[in-house]
Design a binder for this molecule. Structure first.
Ligand code: AVJ
Length: 318
């Protein structure tokens, strides 16, 4: 018998961590799921498309800061450090930093081995002579750095305002874990998205072309495909709201009517208008940034911001 790759009724193995997070999140009130599960292959493609949208300013703004301030980074950081990037290096951002500070080694850490090895190979080709030492792992859990960088001073690099996906307590825990991992004498260069005009923030997460809506709704499709789900996708709509009290954009999937559905053999109900909270993206004022870094064991030392004050790159000392 010939089995094609897409034969729909072949039982596929279920990822127990995915099932656990989704079933727990849908059982909660209000319903909320972790944003990590957005990034299957299609989700990663949609996120790439988001970074090119006219409304989505963070990637473009941060990349321009990295490209513009190389001389400052070199002066503030010095040469010969081991750069430890939290997340696989982005082809657009990381080369600017590496070119500016001439590091002794580059260590990208990412949970997706495929993605990590592809981006590491590309960076190694672009920087002949630079040792590139990828580490596959979840940087939210304890992990070890390669022995080869044992004696080198470290620079942590955490771009993209990825920290913004975390609640303040989790953000502080992660900063402390980075401080412990990188050791005394380390520095951290971190991207943080600024609080700004509400309409501008909402537009960045609810774009005119509907790419962010497709990114959010892709989670429903992934649940249906990978967790034996039967969520009626046409009965969900993407919502982006600004939570002013918590200074964050929230993405939700709102049920347009009263619904019953199943995931991994369990039954769920939603009232019309009820939502699944799928992501929070925290935004920071200048003092919020410094307070968060200090709570996480880092002392802010320098900062670079674009002319419009949209996005900040902060350098902190261990
Ligand atoms: C990758 C977490 C930085 O919060 O802006 C973009 C993800 N979600 N549009 C962000 C995202 C919707 C992004 N981060």
């Amino acid at each position: 018998m010939l089995l094609t790759e897409d034969a729909p009724n072949i039982a596929r193995s279920i990822d127990p961590a995915f099932r656990h997070d989704i079933v727990t999140g849908l059982s909660r009130s209000p319903k909320a799921t972790p944003p990590t599960w957005f990034y299957d292959r299609r989700g990663s493609e949609l996120f790439e498309a988001i970074t090119d949208l006219p409304e989505y300013y963070p990637t473009r703004t941060e990349t321009a800061l990295l490209a513009r301030h190389g001389v400052d980074f070199a002066a503030a950081v010095g040469k010969g450090r081991a750069v430890v990037e939290f997340g696989a290096g982005s082809a657009r951002k990381t080369p600017h930093l590496l070119r500016a500070i001439a590091p002794a080694a580059y260590v990208p850490i990412d949970i997706s081995g495929d993605f990590l090895h592809a981006s590491s190979a590309a960076l190694a080709a672009a920087f002949p002579g630079l040792p590139v030492l990828p580490v596959v792992g979840d940087f939210n859990r304890p992990l070890a750095l390669p022995g080869a960088i044992e004696d080198l001073p470290r620079l942590g690099f955490f771009p993209g305002s990825t920290i913004g996906n975390m609640e303040p307590d989790a953000a502080v825990d992660l900063l402390r874990a980075m401080r412990r991992l990188l050791g005394d004498g380390a520095k951290l260069l971190i991207g943080m998205d600024r609080i700004k005009d509400r309409d501008r923030l909402i537009a960045a997460y609810d774009d005119a072309q509907g790419v962010t809506a497709a990114f959010n709704l892709n989670l429903v499709e992934r649940i249906n495909r990978e967790l034996e789900g039967d969520l009626p996708i046409e009965s969900f709509v993407h919502r982006a709201i600004w939570n002013d009290d918590k200074a964050r954009i929230e993405m939700h999937l709102e049920a347009l009517r009263s619904l019953h559905f199943h995931v991994a053999g369990q039954c769920f109900h939603m009232d019309a208008g009820e939502t699944i909270h799928t992501e929070s993206s925290h935004k920071y004022g200048a003092r919020d940034e410094r307070l968060l870094l200090r709570a996480g064991g880092w002392e802010p030392a320098a900062e670079w911001i674009d002319d419009e004050g949209l996005f900040a790159l902060v350098l902190a000392d261990a």
